[in-house]
Design a protein around this ligand. Structure first.
Ligand SMILES: Nc1ncnc2c1ncn2[C@@H]1O[C@H](COP(=O)(O)OP(=O)(O)OP(=O)(O)O)[C@@H](O)[C@H]1O
Ligand SMILES: [Mg+2]
Length: 276
């Protein structure tokens, strides 16, 4: 491809991304400073909570080299194209695209930043998301290329920062908050995950990773605290089986926590509050 053709295909991609983004009312980026704190769990359960509240929702797995959304939704299959666009996978009405649904299980994904960014662009330009109330991007840990690309192309209007309560996670989450501020994301909120554990045998409440680190972090950084999600074995089991806990266990404390978080996010959009 010569330079002229390159420029043309770049412009065409940008046009298609703009078209996609203009059809999506609310665009949420879920990220954190640390790995394993529950970003994918939050992304998926938030999407299903919004869907059960009557909103259309989709999840873009922006963790290109460590994609977990397919596993946690148990959605795999061949890509289906219609009019040169990819039809997103769907589960219980929630749309989804993830590298893991497309590639062979166990295949190593060794791609440098520019390639990962290019794939995110394609997820926006070439996937037929249609009109959506919410698109949620599930990001890899840290503050690398993926969040820069999502910020530039998907133009998120809400950053959901996930942390666990203990200090080592909170310190890294603060970096993520500051990054969201630098990127100009207009609404920033913190979710404290793995916050407290109720023993299923004796009902004792144990703060395995501590408690309150997330709300303190939100206060200190003048961003919104969206809520705490307890540790629950069922949340992990549901993640492994690909049936989100908010769908499987409507009465579980984790499900109630996500209802509260979704409610806070909705009201912040309604308030048009841009505290950040
Ligand atoms: N509240 C919870 N209670 C019990 N298990 C949980 C909870 N939240 C997450 N988990 C489990 O912890 C593990 C890590 O969660 P998850 O994959 O969502 O984290 P992540 O931040 O997306 O990780 P990564 O940084 O690798 O992308 C998963 O096995 C998940 O099922
Ligand atoms: Mg993840």
């Amino acid at each position: 491809m010569n330079t002229k053709e390159n420029t043309k295909s770049f412009e065409e991609e940008q046009r298609r991304i703009k078209e996609t983004v203009s059809g999506i009312k609310h665009r949420i980026a879920v990220f954190s400073g640390k790995g394993g704190v529950g970003k994918t769990t939050v992304s998926i359960n938030l999407a299903f909570t919004l869907k059960s509240g009557g909103f259309s929702a989709g999840i873009l797995d922006a963790d290109i080299t460590g994609p977990n959304v397919s596993k946690m939704m148990n959605v795999y299959g061949d890509l289906i194209y219609l009019d040169e666009k990819i039809i997103p996978f769907e589960k219980h009405g929630v749309k989804m695209i993830s590298m893991a649904s497309i590639l062979k299980k166990g295949q190593p994904l060794i791609w440098r930043g520019p390639v990962r960014s290019k794939i995110i662009n394609q997820f926006l330009a070439d996937v037929e998301w249609g009109m959506l109330d919410y698109l949620i991007a599930d990001l890899p840990p840290g503050t690398g290329d993926e969040i820069l690309t999502i910020s530039q192309e998907m133009k998120p209007d809400f950053a959901v920062i996930v942390t666990t309560p203990q200090e080592v996670s909170v310190i890294d989450a603060e970096r993520a908050i500051n990054m969201a501020k630098e990127l100009g994301i207009p609404r920033i909120g913190v979710v404290e995950n793995m916050s407290g554990f109720v023993c299923p045998h004796c009902s004792a409440e144990l703060d395995i990773f501590g408690f309150g680190g997330g709300s303190k972090l939100a206060d200190e950084n003048n961003v919104h605290f969206l809520g705490s999600v307890p540790i629950d074995i069922q949340a992990r089991v549901s993640g492994d089986s690909g049936e989100p806990i908010v769908v499987e266990k409507p009465l579980n404390g984790v499900t109630t926590a996500f209802a509260g978080i979704a409610g806070r996010i909705k009201s912040l959009y309604e308030e048009n509050n841009s505290k950040s």
